[in-house]
Design a binder for this molecule. Structure first.
Ligand SMILES: Nc1ncnc2c1ncn2[C@@H]1O[C@H](COP(=O)(O)OP(=O)(O)O)[C@@H](O)[C@H]1O
Ligand SMILES: [Mg+2]
Length: 232
């Protein structure tokens, strides 16, 4: 069995510009095993978020290839990539990205509601069990008493816990986290990271963590460093 979760071959991302094109990624080749935790570090502007977007199939490279679980992303159209993400991929962002007019519980249930369009897969609960599953995950992140709160009634750390619950509720095979502690104070950030690693271990999730915190990166099994669009 192929144990590779993500493989890239010479990824290049160029943004056309008047005059000289902007080269964001200049040939990135990497490989991430299933279940592995991988840190991607680099200074601001080095191309980390762009790389994450390509790995997740949110965006396509100018040249080069990405394979997710052996599937070439450039062979899929936008809808097919979206379906693939819904079934296999979770995200956590620096700025939480919760829907402001939904409660914590509703935010966490959302990916389960969307996934009814998908064929059944082992991670997903049966019809009717969705609210129960969402409640349980919110309890696991310590928010069992905050189910009916809206995002603006929650602290930053609590909002990121909701985002973690939402990301893990579908049991994704890969979780992409883009500077998930960037908007949190140090102590809260550490709590979120402890929770992230605990959930990753529990669900055997492949984790790709973008961070500019080297102590955080050291907690991952593998560490890639981007410098001006290339791996150092
Ligand atoms: N769509 C875009 N159009 C123009 N420039 C972009 C675009 N996306 C990213 N960039 C530029 O590419 C560089 C890398 O961006 P990014 O991947 O967000 O870096 P990082 O996440 O490491 O801070 C930055 O200089 C950024 O301004
Ligand atoms: Mg970024």
């Amino acid at each position: 069995m192929n144990n590779t979760a993500i493989q890239t071959d010479n990824l290049v991302k160029t943004i056309p510009q008047a005059g000289r094109d902007l080269q964001i990624l200049r040939g990135v080749s990497l490989s991430i095993d299933s279940g592995e935790s991988v840190a991607i570090t680099g200074t601001s502007g080095s191309g980390k978020s762009t790389l994450l977007g390509l790995l997740a199939g949110l965006d396509l490279p100018t040249s080069g290839a990405v394979q997710l679980f052996g599937q070439h992303l450039d062979g899929l159209d936008e809808d097919q990539r979206a379906t693939m993400r819904l079934g296999k991929v979770g995200f956590v962002f620096q700025s939480f990205h919760l829907l402001e007019n939904l409660t914590a519980l509703e935010n966490v249930m959302l990916p389960l509601e969307l996934s009814t369009a998908l064929p059944p897969h082992p991670g997903l609960p049966p019809q009717g069990g969705k609210e129960q599953i969402a409640r349980e995950v919110l309890q696991q992140v310590g928010l069992g008493e905050r189910l009916s709160h809206f995002p603006n009634q929650l602290s930053g750390g609590e909002q990121q816990r909701v985002a973690l619950a939402r990301a893990f509720v579908t049991r994704p095979q890969i979780l992409f986290a883009d500077e998930p502690t960037g908007n949190l104070d140090r102590t809260t950030g550490h709590e979120i990271i402890d929770l992230l690693f605990a959930l990753q271990e529990k669900f055997h999730t492949t984790l790709v963590l973008v961070t500019h915190d080297d102590t955080l990166a050291a907690r991952c099994q593998k560490h890639y460093r981007l410098e001006e669009g290339m791996l150092a």
